[in-house]
Design a protein around this ligand. Structure first.
Ligand code: GDP
Ligand code: MN
Length: 378
Protein backbone atom coordinates (compact mmCIF):
# COMPACT_ATOMS: atom_id res chain seq x y z
CA UNK A 1 0.00 0.00 0.00
CA UNK A 2 1.39 3.34 -1.07
CA UNK A 3 0.79 6.40 1.08
CA UNK A 4 0.04 9.80 -0.36
CA UNK A 5 2.75 12.39 0.24
CA UNK A 6 0.84 14.11 3.04
CA UNK A 7 0.17 10.79 4.78
CA UNK A 8 3.84 9.89 4.49
CA UNK A 9 4.79 13.25 5.96
CA UNK A 10 2.40 12.78 8.84
CA UNK A 11 4.06 9.42 9.51
CA UNK A 12 7.53 10.99 9.23
CA UNK A 13 6.55 13.68 11.72
CA UNK A 14 5.59 11.02 14.27
CA UNK A 15 9.16 9.74 14.09
CA UNK A 16 10.63 13.20 14.48
CA UNK A 17 11.56 13.84 10.86
CA UNK A 18 11.20 17.57 10.13
CA UNK A 19 8.55 18.42 7.52
CA UNK A 20 6.81 21.67 6.58
CA UNK A 21 3.49 22.63 8.08
CA UNK A 22 0.60 22.04 5.72
CA UNK A 23 -3.07 21.31 5.09
CA UNK A 24 -5.11 19.03 2.83
CA UNK A 25 -7.61 20.62 0.43
CA UNK A 26 -10.08 19.07 -1.98
CA UNK A 27 -11.64 22.26 -3.38
CA UNK A 28 -10.29 25.68 -4.45
CA UNK A 29 -12.09 27.24 -1.46
CA UNK A 30 -10.36 24.88 0.92
CA UNK A 31 -7.06 25.64 -0.80
CA UNK A 32 -7.61 29.38 -0.30
CA UNK A 33 -8.49 28.86 3.37
CA UNK A 34 -5.44 26.63 3.85
CA UNK A 35 -3.15 29.26 2.29
CA UNK A 36 -4.65 31.92 4.56
CA UNK A 37 -4.08 29.79 7.65
CA UNK A 38 -0.54 28.84 6.69
CA UNK A 39 0.38 32.43 5.83
CA UNK A 40 3.07 33.55 3.38
CA UNK A 41 3.96 31.72 0.19
CA UNK A 42 2.76 28.13 -0.07
CA UNK A 43 3.35 25.21 -2.43
CA UNK A 44 0.24 23.62 -3.89
CA UNK A 45 0.92 19.92 -4.47
CA UNK A 46 -1.16 17.30 -6.29
CA UNK A 47 -1.70 14.22 -4.13
CA UNK A 48 -1.47 11.28 -6.51
CA UNK A 49 0.29 7.96 -6.14
CA UNK A 50 2.88 8.57 -8.82
CA UNK A 51 6.20 10.39 -8.93
CA UNK A 52 7.36 13.24 -11.13
CA UNK A 53 4.44 15.45 -10.17
CA UNK A 54 6.65 18.52 -10.39
CA UNK A 55 7.45 18.00 -14.07
CA UNK A 56 3.79 17.22 -14.83
CA UNK A 57 2.63 20.57 -13.44
CA UNK A 58 1.32 19.13 -10.19
CA UNK A 59 3.56 21.18 -7.86
CA UNK A 60 3.23 24.99 -7.98
CA UNK A 61 4.17 27.94 -5.83
CA UNK A 62 1.46 30.38 -4.71
CA UNK A 63 2.35 33.74 -3.19
CA UNK A 64 -1.18 34.60 -2.04
CA UNK A 65 -4.47 32.87 -1.09
CA UNK A 66 -5.91 34.16 -4.41
CA UNK A 67 -3.15 32.45 -6.30
CA UNK A 68 -3.56 29.25 -4.24
CA UNK A 69 -7.24 29.25 -5.20
CA UNK A 70 -6.39 29.71 -8.89
CA UNK A 71 -3.68 27.01 -8.84
CA UNK A 72 -6.04 24.62 -7.07
CA UNK A 73 -8.49 25.12 -9.96
CA UNK A 74 -5.72 24.20 -12.42
CA UNK A 75 -4.36 21.21 -10.54
CA UNK A 76 -7.57 19.55 -9.30
CA UNK A 77 -8.80 17.26 -12.05
CA UNK A 78 -5.42 17.22 -13.76
CA UNK A 79 -4.46 13.81 -15.13
CA UNK A 80 -0.92 12.87 -14.12
CA UNK A 81 -0.05 9.70 -16.01
CA UNK A 82 -3.49 8.21 -15.48
CA UNK A 83 -3.93 9.50 -11.93
CA UNK A 84 -6.60 12.16 -11.64
CA UNK A 85 -5.90 14.73 -8.91
CA UNK A 86 -8.70 14.85 -6.34
CA UNK A 87 -6.78 16.13 -3.37
CA UNK A 88 -4.13 18.76 -2.76
CA UNK A 89 -1.53 19.30 -0.10
CA UNK A 90 -0.59 22.89 0.64
CA UNK A 91 2.45 23.60 2.72
CA UNK A 92 4.56 26.55 3.71
CA UNK A 93 7.03 27.09 0.88
CA UNK A 94 10.68 26.38 1.62
CA UNK A 95 13.76 28.19 0.37
CA UNK A 96 16.07 25.61 -1.07
CA UNK A 97 19.87 25.80 -1.08
CA UNK A 98 20.52 22.15 -1.95
CA UNK A 99 18.47 19.03 -2.73
CA UNK A 100 19.59 15.62 -1.43
CA UNK A 101 18.08 12.14 -1.55
CA UNK A 102 17.60 9.66 1.27
CA UNK A 103 15.80 6.34 1.35
CA UNK A 104 15.41 3.11 3.28
CA UNK A 105 14.25 0.12 1.31
CA UNK A 106 14.27 -3.64 1.20
CA UNK A 107 17.05 -5.21 -0.85
CA UNK A 108 15.47 -8.59 -1.51
CA UNK A 109 18.55 -9.92 -3.29
CA UNK A 110 20.81 -9.15 -0.36
CA UNK A 111 18.20 -10.07 2.23
CA UNK A 112 18.96 -6.79 3.96
CA UNK A 113 17.71 -3.31 4.53
CA UNK A 114 19.30 -0.81 2.16
CA UNK A 115 19.94 2.82 3.01
CA UNK A 116 20.69 5.12 0.10
CA UNK A 117 21.87 8.69 0.18
CA UNK A 118 23.12 11.15 -2.40
CA UNK A 119 23.77 14.86 -2.43
CA UNK A 120 22.51 14.83 -6.04
CA UNK A 121 18.84 14.69 -5.11
CA UNK A 122 15.79 16.31 -6.65
CA UNK A 123 15.95 14.24 -9.83
CA UNK A 124 14.85 10.63 -10.29
CA UNK A 125 17.14 8.36 -8.31
CA UNK A 126 17.39 5.93 -11.25
CA UNK A 127 18.98 8.76 -13.21
CA UNK A 128 21.58 9.36 -10.49
CA UNK A 129 22.29 5.64 -10.32
CA UNK A 130 22.81 5.49 -14.09
CA UNK A 131 24.71 8.74 -14.65
CA UNK A 132 26.79 9.14 -11.51
CA UNK A 133 26.76 5.85 -9.62
CA UNK A 134 29.69 6.98 -7.48
CA UNK A 135 27.60 9.77 -6.03
CA UNK A 136 25.05 7.30 -4.69
CA UNK A 137 26.02 5.91 -1.29
CA UNK A 138 24.53 2.51 -0.52
CA UNK A 139 24.73 1.04 2.97
CA UNK A 140 23.28 -2.36 3.86
CA UNK A 141 21.99 -3.06 7.34
CA UNK A 142 21.42 -6.53 8.72
CA UNK A 143 17.83 -6.43 9.97
CA UNK A 144 18.69 -8.65 12.94
CA UNK A 145 21.63 -6.50 14.04
CA UNK A 146 19.88 -3.22 13.39
CA UNK A 147 21.22 0.22 12.57
CA UNK A 148 24.58 1.16 14.09
CA UNK A 149 26.30 4.57 14.23
CA UNK A 150 28.91 3.41 11.72
CA UNK A 151 26.19 2.86 9.11
CA UNK A 152 25.15 6.49 9.48
CA UNK A 153 28.73 7.77 9.29
CA UNK A 154 29.32 5.78 6.13
CA UNK A 155 26.10 7.10 4.63
CA UNK A 156 26.89 10.79 5.16
CA UNK A 157 30.67 10.68 4.69
CA UNK A 158 30.41 12.86 1.60
CA UNK A 159 28.68 15.76 3.36
CA UNK A 160 31.23 18.45 4.16
CA UNK A 161 29.28 20.53 6.64
CA UNK A 162 29.28 19.01 10.12
CA UNK A 163 26.00 20.53 11.30
CA UNK A 164 24.30 19.34 8.15
CA UNK A 165 25.77 15.87 8.54
CA UNK A 166 24.48 15.59 12.10
CA UNK A 167 20.96 16.51 10.99
CA UNK A 168 21.01 14.05 8.11
CA UNK A 169 22.19 11.26 10.41
CA UNK A 170 19.37 12.01 12.83
CA UNK A 171 16.86 11.98 9.98
CA UNK A 172 18.29 8.74 8.54
CA UNK A 173 18.02 7.09 11.94
CA UNK A 174 14.41 8.26 12.30
CA UNK A 175 13.63 7.13 8.77
CA UNK A 176 15.06 3.71 9.57
CA UNK A 177 12.89 3.48 12.70
CA UNK A 178 9.88 4.61 10.68
CA UNK A 179 10.62 1.93 8.08
CA UNK A 180 10.97 -0.86 10.64
CA UNK A 181 8.13 0.09 12.95
CA UNK A 182 5.65 0.76 10.13
CA UNK A 183 6.54 -2.50 8.32
CA UNK A 184 7.37 -0.43 5.26
CA UNK A 185 9.13 -1.73 2.16
CA UNK A 186 10.11 1.80 1.11
CA UNK A 187 10.58 5.12 2.87
CA UNK A 188 11.99 7.73 0.51
CA UNK A 189 12.69 11.43 0.84
CA UNK A 190 13.38 13.14 -2.49
CA UNK A 191 14.29 15.87 -2.13
CA UNK A 192 15.71 16.11 1.35
CA UNK A 193 16.48 19.80 1.31
CA UNK A 194 18.96 22.08 2.98
CA UNK A 195 17.59 25.59 3.44
CA UNK A 196 19.87 28.66 3.08
CA UNK A 197 20.17 28.82 6.87
CA UNK A 198 21.40 25.21 6.98
CA UNK A 199 18.26 23.41 8.17
CA UNK A 200 17.59 19.95 6.70
CA UNK A 201 13.99 18.97 6.00
CA UNK A 202 11.91 16.39 4.08
CA UNK A 203 10.19 18.12 1.16
CA UNK A 204 8.61 14.99 -0.29
CA UNK A 205 7.57 11.62 1.14
CA UNK A 206 7.16 8.30 -0.58
CA UNK A 207 6.14 5.43 1.68
CA UNK A 208 5.06 1.91 0.81
CA UNK A 209 3.69 -0.32 3.57
CA UNK A 210 3.82 -4.10 3.27
CA UNK A 211 0.17 -5.11 2.68
CA UNK A 212 0.62 -8.30 4.69
CA UNK A 213 1.48 -6.21 7.75
CA UNK A 214 -1.55 -3.91 7.54
CA UNK A 215 -3.49 -5.82 10.21
CA UNK A 216 -0.74 -4.72 12.61
CA UNK A 217 -1.26 -1.08 11.65
CA UNK A 218 -4.97 -0.30 11.81
CA UNK A 219 -4.23 3.43 11.69
CA UNK A 220 -2.45 3.04 8.35
CA UNK A 221 -4.96 0.51 7.00
CA UNK A 222 -7.68 3.04 7.73
CA UNK A 223 -6.00 5.60 5.49
CA UNK A 224 -6.42 3.28 2.56
CA UNK A 225 -10.11 2.79 3.17
CA UNK A 226 -10.94 6.45 3.67
CA UNK A 227 -8.87 7.74 0.78
CA UNK A 228 -9.14 4.86 -1.67
CA UNK A 229 -8.13 6.15 -5.07
CA UNK A 230 -10.95 4.24 -6.74
CA UNK A 231 -14.22 3.68 -4.85
CA UNK A 232 -14.71 0.39 -6.67
CA UNK A 233 -11.32 -0.85 -5.48
CA UNK A 234 -12.36 -0.05 -1.92
CA UNK A 235 -15.66 -1.89 -2.46
CA UNK A 236 -13.68 -4.90 -3.74
CA UNK A 237 -11.31 -4.83 -0.79
CA UNK A 238 -14.22 -4.92 1.64
CA UNK A 239 -15.29 -8.16 -0.05
CA UNK A 240 -11.79 -9.65 -0.18
CA UNK A 241 -11.77 -9.56 -3.98
CA UNK A 242 -8.54 -8.67 -5.70
CA UNK A 243 -9.56 -6.12 -8.29
CA UNK A 244 -7.52 -3.83 -10.48
CA UNK A 245 -9.29 -1.39 -12.75
CA UNK A 246 -8.13 -1.19 -16.37
CA UNK A 247 -9.69 0.89 -19.13
CA UNK A 248 -11.20 -1.55 -21.64
CA UNK A 249 -14.62 -3.18 -21.88
CA UNK A 250 -14.16 -6.90 -21.12
CA UNK A 251 -14.45 -7.70 -17.42
CA UNK A 252 -12.07 -10.47 -16.39
CA UNK A 253 -12.45 -12.99 -13.64
CA UNK A 254 -10.01 -15.79 -13.06
CA UNK A 255 -8.98 -18.01 -10.20
CA UNK A 256 -5.38 -17.35 -9.28
CA UNK A 257 -3.19 -14.42 -10.27
CA UNK A 258 -1.35 -16.31 -13.03
CA UNK A 259 -4.51 -17.41 -14.78
CA UNK A 260 -6.11 -13.99 -14.42
CA UNK A 261 -3.07 -12.35 -15.99
CA UNK A 262 -3.03 -14.85 -18.85
CA UNK A 263 -6.71 -14.10 -19.37
CA UNK A 264 -5.88 -10.42 -19.71
CA UNK A 265 -3.32 -11.36 -22.39
CA UNK A 266 -5.71 -13.63 -24.26
CA UNK A 267 -8.36 -10.91 -24.41
CA UNK A 268 -5.76 -8.61 -25.97
CA UNK A 269 -4.77 -11.36 -28.44
CA UNK A 270 -8.46 -11.70 -29.36
CA UNK A 271 -8.48 -7.99 -30.21
CA UNK A 272 -10.25 -6.77 -27.08
CA UNK A 273 -9.40 -4.55 -24.15
CA UNK A 274 -9.66 -5.75 -20.54
CA UNK A 275 -11.82 -3.61 -18.24
CA UNK A 276 -10.19 -4.99 -15.13
CA UNK A 277 -8.15 -7.72 -13.58
CA UNK A 278 -10.08 -9.68 -10.99
CA UNK A 279 -8.71 -12.64 -9.10
CA UNK A 280 -11.05 -14.97 -7.22
CA UNK A 281 -8.11 -16.60 -5.53
CA UNK A 282 -7.86 -20.32 -4.99
CA UNK A 283 -11.25 -20.75 -3.35
CA UNK A 284 -13.92 -20.08 -5.93
CA UNK A 285 -16.75 -20.59 -3.46
CA UNK A 286 -20.25 -19.37 -4.30
CA UNK A 287 -19.84 -16.35 -2.00
CA UNK A 288 -16.54 -15.52 -3.66
CA UNK A 289 -18.13 -15.63 -7.10
CA UNK A 290 -21.04 -13.46 -5.97
CA UNK A 291 -18.66 -10.91 -4.48
CA UNK A 292 -16.49 -10.80 -7.60
CA UNK A 293 -19.43 -10.47 -9.99
CA UNK A 294 -20.86 -7.76 -7.77
CA UNK A 295 -17.60 -5.84 -8.05
CA UNK A 296 -17.22 -6.27 -11.81
CA UNK A 297 -20.83 -5.43 -12.61
CA UNK A 298 -20.47 -2.09 -10.82
CA UNK A 299 -17.95 -0.93 -13.38
CA UNK A 300 -19.96 0.94 -16.04
CA UNK A 301 -17.25 0.28 -18.65
CA UNK A 302 -17.79 -3.48 -18.53
CA UNK A 303 -19.72 -4.70 -21.60
CA UNK A 304 -19.10 -8.44 -21.23
CA UNK A 305 -17.48 -10.70 -18.65
CA UNK A 306 -14.98 -13.44 -19.29
CA UNK A 307 -14.96 -15.94 -16.48
CA UNK A 308 -11.92 -18.21 -16.70
CA UNK A 309 -11.61 -21.03 -14.22
CA UNK A 310 -9.10 -23.78 -14.00
CA UNK A 311 -10.29 -26.31 -11.46
CA UNK A 312 -7.59 -27.71 -9.25
CA UNK A 313 -8.59 -27.67 -5.64
CA UNK A 314 -11.41 -25.42 -6.80
CA UNK A 315 -14.09 -27.62 -8.32
CA UNK A 316 -15.72 -26.40 -11.52
CA UNK A 317 -19.17 -27.68 -10.49
CA UNK A 318 -19.00 -25.56 -7.37
CA UNK A 319 -17.98 -22.52 -9.40
CA UNK A 320 -20.85 -23.17 -11.83
CA UNK A 321 -23.30 -23.26 -8.93
CA UNK A 322 -21.69 -20.08 -7.62
CA UNK A 323 -22.32 -18.36 -10.95
CA UNK A 324 -25.97 -19.39 -10.91
CA UNK A 325 -26.37 -18.28 -7.29
CA UNK A 326 -24.75 -14.96 -8.17
CA UNK A 327 -27.12 -14.47 -11.10
CA UNK A 328 -30.06 -15.06 -8.77
CA UNK A 329 -28.78 -12.49 -6.33
CA UNK A 330 -27.57 -9.68 -8.53
CA UNK A 331 -28.96 -8.13 -11.61
CA UNK A 332 -26.37 -8.48 -14.31
CA UNK A 333 -26.92 -6.45 -17.45
CA UNK A 334 -24.01 -7.89 -19.45
CA UNK A 335 -23.37 -11.34 -20.89
CA UNK A 336 -20.90 -13.77 -19.28
CA UNK A 337 -18.67 -16.16 -21.16
CA UNK A 338 -17.50 -19.02 -18.99
CA UNK A 339 -14.57 -21.25 -19.66
CA UNK A 340 -14.27 -24.13 -17.23
CA UNK A 341 -11.46 -26.63 -17.27
CA UNK A 342 -9.90 -29.01 -14.78
CA UNK A 343 -11.55 -30.75 -11.84
CA UNK A 344 -15.23 -31.56 -12.54
CA UNK A 345 -15.24 -29.33 -15.62
CA UNK A 346 -17.80 -31.40 -17.50
CA UNK A 347 -20.14 -31.44 -14.57
CA UNK A 348 -19.76 -27.68 -14.24
CA UNK A 349 -20.51 -27.06 -17.91
CA UNK A 350 -23.57 -29.31 -17.70
CA UNK A 351 -24.89 -27.37 -14.69
CA UNK A 352 -24.61 -24.13 -16.65
CA UNK A 353 -26.12 -25.62 -19.82
CA UNK A 354 -29.06 -27.09 -17.89
CA UNK A 355 -29.79 -23.77 -16.25
CA UNK A 356 -30.41 -22.34 -19.72
CA UNK A 357 -29.68 -18.73 -18.80
CA UNK A 358 -29.39 -16.80 -22.11
CA UNK A 359 -26.82 -14.42 -20.61
CA UNK A 360 -24.40 -17.27 -19.88
CA UNK A 361 -22.26 -18.65 -22.69
CA UNK A 362 -20.04 -21.65 -22.17
CA UNK A 363 -16.85 -21.99 -24.17
CA UNK A 364 -14.45 -24.92 -24.02
CA UNK A 365 -11.14 -23.14 -24.65
CA UNK A 366 -9.58 -19.96 -23.39
CA UNK A 367 -9.09 -18.45 -26.84
CA UNK A 368 -12.64 -19.19 -28.04
CA UNK A 369 -14.02 -17.85 -24.80
CA UNK A 370 -11.97 -14.67 -25.18
CA UNK A 371 -13.03 -14.22 -28.81
CA UNK A 372 -16.68 -14.54 -27.86
CA UNK A 373 -16.32 -12.15 -24.90
CA UNK A 374 -14.63 -9.58 -27.16
CA UNK A 375 -17.38 -9.99 -29.77
CA UNK A 376 -20.10 -9.53 -27.15
CA UNK A 377 -18.39 -6.42 -25.80
CA UNK A 378 -18.20 -4.75 -29.21
P1 GDP B 1 7.65 14.99 -7.30
O1 GDP B 1 7.98 15.75 -8.55
O2 GDP B 1 6.40 14.18 -7.46
O3 GDP B 1 8.78 14.18 -6.79
O4 GDP B 1 7.28 16.11 -6.19
P2 GDP B 1 8.22 16.86 -5.12
O5 GDP B 1 7.47 16.98 -3.87
O6 GDP B 1 9.55 16.20 -5.02
O7 GDP B 1 8.38 18.30 -5.75
C1 GDP B 1 9.03 18.48 -6.99
C2 GDP B 1 10.00 19.64 -6.91
O8 GDP B 1 9.29 20.82 -6.60
C3 GDP B 1 11.04 19.49 -5.82
O9 GDP B 1 12.14 18.73 -6.23
C4 GDP B 1 11.40 20.93 -5.57
O10 GDP B 1 12.42 21.33 -6.46
C5 GDP B 1 10.13 21.70 -5.89
N1 GDP B 1 9.50 22.11 -4.63
C6 GDP B 1 8.63 21.41 -3.86
N2 GDP B 1 8.32 22.08 -2.74
C7 GDP B 1 9.01 23.24 -2.78
C8 GDP B 1 9.14 24.37 -1.89
O11 GDP B 1 8.56 24.44 -0.81
N3 GDP B 1 9.95 25.38 -2.30
C9 GDP B 1 10.63 25.34 -3.50
N4 GDP B 1 11.42 26.36 -3.81
N5 GDP B 1 10.56 24.30 -4.34
C10 GDP B 1 9.75 23.26 -4.00
MN1 MN C 1 9.92 14.09 -5.12
Amino acid sequence: MDLFEHEGKELFARFGIPVSEGRVATTPDEARAAAEELGGPVVVKAQVLTGGRGKAGGVKLATSPDEADALARDILGLDIRGHVVRRLWLEQASDIAREYYLSVTLDRGAGRTLLMFTTEGGVEIEQVAAESPDALVRVHVDPLEGLEPHHLRELTAGVADEGERAQIERIAEALYDCYVESDATLCEINPLIVTPDGTVRALDAKVTIDDSALPRHPDLAMLRDTWAADPLEAFARERDVIYVKLDGSVGILGNGAGLSMSTVDVVVVAGGKPANFCDLGGGGSAEGVVAALEVISRDPQVRSILFNIFGGITRCDEVARGILTALDQIELSVPIVVRLDGTNAEEGRKILADAGNPAVHVSPTMLEAAQLAVELAA
